[in-house]
Design a binder for this molecule. Sequence first.
Ligand SMILES: *[C@@H]1O[C@H](CO)[C@@H](O)[C@H](O)[C@H]1NC(C)=O
Ligand SMILES: *[C@@H]1O[C@H](CO)[C@@H](O)[C@H](O)[C@H]1NC(C)=O
Ligand SMILES: *[C@@H]1O[C@H](CO)[C@@H](O)[C@H](O)[C@H]1NC(C)=O
Ligand SMILES: *[C@@H]1O[C@H](CO)[C@@H](O)[C@H](O)[C@H]1NC(C)=O
Ligand SMILES: *[C@@H]1O[C@H](CO)[C@@H](O)[C@H](O)[C@H]1NC(C)=O
Ligand SMILES: *[C@@H]1O[C@H](CO)[C@@H](O)[C@H](O)[C@H]1NC(C)=O
Length: 423
Amino acid sequence: MSYFSVLLFVLVLCNKPLNSIADDAISTGDTLRASQTITSKYGRFRMGFFAPGKSQNYYISIWYAQVSETTIVWVANRDKPITASELSNSELKLLENGNLVLYNPSRTSIWSTNSASSTSNTTEAVLGDNGNLVLRDKSKPSVVIWQSFDFPTDTWLPGAKIGINKKTRETKLLTSWRNQEDPAKGIFSLDIDPTGINQYIIKWNKSEAYWTSGEWNEQTKTFSLVPEMRFNYIYNFSYISNEDESYFNYTIYNNSILSRFVMDVSGQMKQFTWSNTTQKWNMFASEPKQLCDVYGICGAFGICNQDTSKCECLSGFIERFPSDWNLRDSTGGCHRDAYLQCGSNNVFSPIPTSKLPDYSQSGHVNSAEKCKSACQSTCSCNAYAFGNTGCQLWQEDMLNTKQKSDQSDDRPGNLYLKLAEGK
Ligand SMILES: *[C@@H]1O[C@H](CO)[C@@H](O)[C@H](O)[C@H]1NC(C)=O
Ligand SMILES: *[C@@H]1O[C@H](CO)[C@@H](O)[C@H](O)[C@H]1NC(C)=O
Ligand SMILES: *[C@@H]1O[C@H](CO)[C@@H](O)[C@H](O)[C@H]1NC(C)=O
Ligand SMILES: *[C@@H]1O[C@H](CO)[C@@H](O)[C@H](O)[C@H]1NC(C)=O
Ligand SMILES: *[C@@H]1O[C@H](CO)[C@@H](O)[C@H](O)[C@H]1NC(C)=O
Ligand SMILES: *[C@@H]1O[C@H](CO)[C@@H](O)[C@H](O)[C@H]1NC(C)=O
């Protein structure tokens, strides 16, 4: 070997295993540290430590390598970040037992693949060009030991499944980020219907279902409540149901098109394709179509403006967690600017609404005046309304109030909000 080839050899060895664009895998015993990444074979996806936006928290993440607008598709340690000060002494390591483990500087395992331990030490973690991180044995590459596609965060990529294992009842579902800069589990999720109906459901706090796709029709390849899917020329959807599992998956007809579904912080499922021309994600569809149709989107004592599709606080209320509101998470809602004194003179402020808040109680009185005094004399009463349905009183958190400028058709009347005098 010449001096140069020896030097080159040494350089290559020193560089091993990572930092090089060609490396798409972590092998047994190897570690990935901050500033190191692996990139899928044809360069579509990259994985490494990443801090979203202005966040000082770092996450093992997978993102598109060729997209100018940084777009995360998967996060390993979504609920347990590595802080900025821990970053330089943290590492992702592929152990001899075949598991990937994220260690913080005190060698505590922050996150792990926790799959069955392997006896051979020839496991590798390979990042595929479909965005899937796969643990497999080098000698049996077709056998998947563990894959990130089985643990989706908020993004559904072509080739991944969203569904349910009928034996274990385990579901593969999407859960929104908490806010734009925090990938921790948020309050919105997209799931396959656990009762066995072949449809999707979007839920608030895993309980309130506020959107469903309607049943899948195998002939038309559409969901009954999403008829516009007929005009789709990008995605090839399938629904598979057998003894073991039922799930949806999809492929892209033209593989050079980058496309993703996201359970967004807004509580809407959004479908995007990347445009090389504008260098932006084009939104193809969102469900529900209106932000104001997302359950609890403005939180308690918030009001959703249907003209602007924005959340606001009811007058006399202020944002409970203003920093979250700035990061597009308004679900924390609002609280009173000035607290009510029970028994003292409060005033009622009329709020025009297009939809009154949920969960009212009947006041059992037959005039607006009596309805007002019923609210006035009940300390816990926050608001009343008197209309066609009689007297309604609100004593709890007021959720899902809506407002729009043209309320002529379906105007349910004014909401009278109890406020401290002078407010
Ligand atoms: C693991 O790797 C080491 C060195 O690379 C080798 O000596 C050993 O035999 C391997 N063990 C197994 C169980 O494959
Ligand atoms: C969500 O549900 C959990 C338990 O099911 C409950 O403890 C929690 O208060 C709920 N969150 C909100 C914001 O209501
Ligand atoms: C759509 O996907 C299914 C299942 O993979 C396949 O059989 C079918 O040929 C695909 N359709 C088109 C038009 O590519
Ligand atoms: C869905 O997954 C099944 C099984 O993995 C596969 O046969 C089928 O081609 C996939 N269909 C699409 C549209 O990706
Ligand atoms: C896929 O899309 C690209 C870019 O729009 C286009 O150039 C190419 O011809 C398409 N391929 C097929 C098979 O339609
Ligand atoms: C967009 O650009 C990438 C990278 O230059 C290229 O690989 C891809 O085929 C292009 N996609 C389309 C749809 O033109």
